[in-house]
Design a protein around this ligand. Structure first.
Ligand code: UT7
Length: 342
């Protein structure tokens, strides 16, 4: 990719939804033994948003989706596919069909995809395949996570890091018969990785409790466990894996790092973003950062960062970008793209 044998798939709209309630670092020091002095220099986070209990992940996802559709000027009924990347769905049978119903996207098929903080990148890669094969024409990828509902609010090593949010993009296959353009357009490169040997480093898992059922028959019953993370090890993994996958994806796409206007890397820690910029030798000003105000919004962080830059005019049609996810699984991946319709 890009290849003459594949049709062009463009990213044509982006949106984000962040809940209003805001939790500052100083507020957290009322909950656990922590402080702004510890959190800010170590992470780059000052505050994060918390979804109120009366609202759902589907509400948040739908709001982000509507924004992306409006920007793309695509009607929900023109969608063929909806992917919801999430690790925090209330309904573990999947919530994407609820987003589909809320949007009125009656022609689309909708399903969930889970790959933690890499979920958005994996979902964009998956949607791209459906469009490139010619099966579908337009897809919506939404990433939404409400980690506030899954953290242990007494565990200072995790509860200070995460926030709630959703982001979405619209992808469109180029209509046949358009005149050839001088520059490759749309999705230009995809690199995806996983390594299950690191699965213990970051977990959001179920415990199985054995219980007697009938006679001598015992049954396992799930019980949710809060997030656990070995921060130091995940940090080491990130600062090595992220630059590597960016370099690989750019090399395969035939694009030099300095030609890229925006790097939209998963927002886990400002120090990781700085280390990646340094290792790649790119201007840190090209690394999108929204961590200060939103914290780590897991799978949603990449489209939230992209939406922020597009809204502020820092990233526009024709600009080259790289989206990078990394996190639990372990999973990581990068997508090289030229933004917009021109
Ligand atoms: O989205 C998924 C991907 N996630 C990531 O990429 C996260 C990667 N990891 C990180 O960003 C960093 O490792 C953290 C920000 C999570 C932690 O920073 P760190 O510099 O690696 O701190 P640490 O875990 O080595 O902890 C240093 C000290 C410890 O105390 P001792 O053992 O040195 O006495 C911790 O107990 O800081 C203590 N500590 C805290 N102190 C105040 C840990 N959390 C806190 C806290 N407030 N919230």
């Amino acid at each position: 990719m890009p290849s003459d044998s594949f049709p062009t798939v463009r990213l044509v709209g982006v949106g984000a939804a962040l809940p209003d309630p805001c939790l500052h670092n100083d507020d957290l020091s009322q909950l656990v033994e922590t402080s702004d002095e510890w959190i800010w220099p170590r992470t780059g986070i000052r505050e994060r948003r918390i979804l109120p209990p009366q609202l759902s992940l589907v509400d948040l996802a739908t709001q982000a989706a509507r924004q992306a559709l409006a920007q793309a000027q695509v009607h929900p009924q023109e969608l063929d596919l909806i992917l919801l990347a999430t690790s925090t769905s209330a309904d573990r049978f999947g919530s994407a069909p609820q987003v589909q119903a809320a949007l009125g996207a009656t022609q689309a098929v909708a399903f969930d995809l889970t790959a933690a903080c890499t979920g958005f990148v994996f979902a964009v890669a998956t949607a791209t395949q459906f469009l490139q094969t010619g099966l579908y024409r337009r897809a919506l990828v939404v990433a939404a996570d409400v980690l506030s509902r899954t953290v242990d609010w007494t565990d200072r090593t995790t509860c200070v890091l995460f926030g709630d949010g959703a982001g979405a993009v619209v992808l469109e296959r180029e209509a046949a018969g358009l005149s050839p353009l001088d520059k490759p357009q749309g999705i230009l490169g995809i690199e995806l990785r996983s390594d299950g040997s690191g699965s213990e480093l970051l977990t959001l898992s179920m415990e199985t409790e054995a219980r007697p059922l009938v006679g001598s028959l015992r049954v396992g019953q799930y019980r949710c466990r809060p997030i656990t993370m070995n921060g130091r090890e995940v940090y080491k993994f990130a600062v090595q894996a992220v630059p590597e996958i960016i370099e690989k994806s750019l090399f395969r796409a035939g694009i030099p790092a300095e030609a890229v206007q925006g790097y939209f890397v998963h927002q886990a820690n400002q120090r990781i973003l700085d280390a990646v910029a340094k290792r790649l030798g790119v201007d840190p000003a090209r690394m999108a950062s929204v961590l200060e105000h939103y914290g780590n919004t897991s799978g949603a962080s990449v489209p939230i960062a992209l939406a922020d830059w597009v809204e502020k005019g820092r990233f526009g049609p024709g600009d080259l970008g790289v989206m990078v996810g990394f996190g639990a699984g372990l999973t990581w991946g990068a997508i090289v793209f030229r933004w917009g319709k021109s």
